[in-house]
Design a protein around this ligand. Sequence first.
Ligand code: CAA
Length: 258
Amino acid sequence: MAYQTLTVEIEDYVALIRLNRPEALNALNSQLMGELAEATADADRNEKVRCIVLTGSEKAFAAGADIKEMSEKSFVQVTTENIFSAEIDRITSVRKPIIAAVSGYALGGGCELAMACDFIICADTAKFGQPEINLGVIAGIGGTQRLTRFVGKSKSMDMHLTGRFMDAAEAERSGLASRVVPAAKLISETMAIARKIAEKSLIATAAAKEAVNRAYETTLAEGILFERRSFQALFATEDQKEGMNAFLEKREAQFRDR
Ligand code: CAA
């Protein structure tokens, strides 16, 4: 399918989705968010895709929700449209792993979109922030909740109340990004990580993603029970037998998603 605000390339079972609104530093407007929800759902259905990488440009992952599109909206409009909430829900309901590869600005909705992915690899040029406070509003697509879970209350409050930016080193130190890589290698390194994930059993990666995400939605005891049941259920798959037999036979496992 052809999109106007993003591109999709599929290689080695990895879908690389690039946001592409360079004139607005990939600001998230309704067209882009609609297309992104469609592209991720499409990748989730596609048998040639086992892991997804979401990225922007060298200068910006995304500089936030599109301020031009939003500025004249009334309370009634933003409430009835419930901006971007359906799209973010569609993206977070994708079962395959999604890695955000962030270079340059990931601000406001851009930071929120990166956090809605499963984990963040960033370039040493990355700048994260929730600067909505400077516009007289607050984060609107999960930032107050997700950033707090990533970095804790103190740093999250600091970011949301001052609108300051966090650089790549601070993002890694505080747990927002899992790894920092040189900007020139962001895509090649993230694609290599995605290819590694793509080699695993799709049933197991989806189960791991679902169980880790459960940690954000439930108590420790319930989460551990959920994990235990998923772990046990995986013994009903051929991939579990293949993975364990391959280890014992000292060979590479050939997973078949069964
Ligand atoms: N919306 C719409 N357009 C944007 C944009 C945004 N969020 N961010 C940048 N642009 C546009 C600029 O208007 C500019 O367009 P023109 O050339 O037509 O004027 C173009 O992108 C390039 O931007 P700058 O000239 O500002 O580039 P810069 O290098 O000087 O600054 C920046 C970069 C610091 C990221 C700056 O653009 C900026 O502060 N952007 C806004 C960041 C922001 O406030 N984001 C939060 C948005 S609100 C939100 O996201 C709400 C939510 O949670 C749902």
